[in-house]
Design a protein around this ligand. Structure first.
Ligand code: HEM
Length: 251
């Protein structure tokens, strides 16, 4: 991937990259960042798994079908039946798969699961490398102990998404991959983890001989805050720090 997809002032996947915003001393080597504070309804998620799976194994399969990966990180395309912690821990293997040949119908990884929406890989239109994002996240709030009902305390994820164009990368993901009800011609679905759910949408799990359709998907997350930031590079920070000396920006 070209550096210009994430850092301003370098060639990107379409060529030499856009002109730097002025003053260039501030924008070169900078990035844009979207911040989202997402509350996670952990008790509701666990109740949902219990309602849709009789055994703990079935419940884990439902969770993996919503996400596209098992808790270890192993992708369902490579581990369709049960978790494979060795695969999940192996960065050489756990991203080495495609959808077009290995799982075109979504029998392993449903077409609408979080990972498949957020990176449709070889099943996207256009160059997928124009839509990539660098992600950093951290959880906040106390853990909800296993078996305890929701306690009303806010907990969730602080998500940071870094890219060269908030519109082409982050906002595209928000509007199309996460919230387009007809993504992959699914008809009546949004991202099951972070899509805007109002209880009227469904989630389809392709399966032979008959697919499973979960109606009235609840929302497992609520957006509690968000902001856009500009992250200056080191030279830009030095320049900002020196402004007291009345230095002028480069033209
Ligand atoms: C409650 C919020 C979220 C949860 C629990 C969550 C969870 C996950 C998990 C478990 C994975 C698979 C492991 C990994 O690749 O890191 C993943 C992948 C991913 N998520 Fe999220 N995520 C959340 C929010 C977001 C947001 C807000 C974005 C961006 C707008 C995002 C974008 C992605 C992307 C791009 C991938 C990689 C997919 C791939 O390359 O196959 N996620 N997420």
């Amino acid at each position: 991937m070209k550096a210009g997809e994430f850092i301003l002032g370098y060639p990107d996947e379409s060529g030499p990259g856009p002109a730097l915003p002025k003053p260039k001393v501030l924008s070169r080597n900078g990035s844009f960042m979207a911040y989202r504070r997402l509350e996670e309804h952990v008790g509701k998620f666990r109740d949902f798994l219990r309602a849709h799976g009789e055994t703990p194994e079935e419940q884990e399969l439902v969770a993996a079908k919503l996400m596209g990966r098992w808790r270890s990180g192993a992708p369902l395309v490579l581990a369709p039946e049960k978790d494979d912690p060795a695969l999940g821990a192996d960065p050489q293997r756990n991203n080495n798969f495609n959808y077009k040949e290995q799982d075109p119908q979504g029998y392993a990884m449903p077409l609408g699961c979080h990972c498949r929406r957020m990176n449709p890989r070889d099943t996207t239109q256009g160059n997928i490398n124009r839509r990539r994002m660098i992600r950093r996240g951290a959880t906040y709030g106390p853990q909800l102990p296993e078996g305890k009902p929701d306690d009303g305390i806010e907990r969730g994820i602080a998500a940071f998404v870094i890219c060269a164009s908030l519109i082409r990368q982050f906002e595209f993901a928000q509007n199309v991959w996460i919230n387009d009800k007809n993504f992959h011609e699914l008809g009546n679905e949004r991202d099951p983890i972070i899509g805007n759910q109002d209880g009227t949408l469904e989630y389809k799990i392709p399966k032979r001989p008959i697919r499973k359709v979960i109606k009235g998907l609840p929302s497992f997350t609520t957006v509690r805050g968000g902001a856009y930031f500009f992250l200056p590079g080191l030279k830009a920070l030095r320049w900002l720090a020196s402004l007291g000396d009345k230095k002028q920006p480069e033209k």
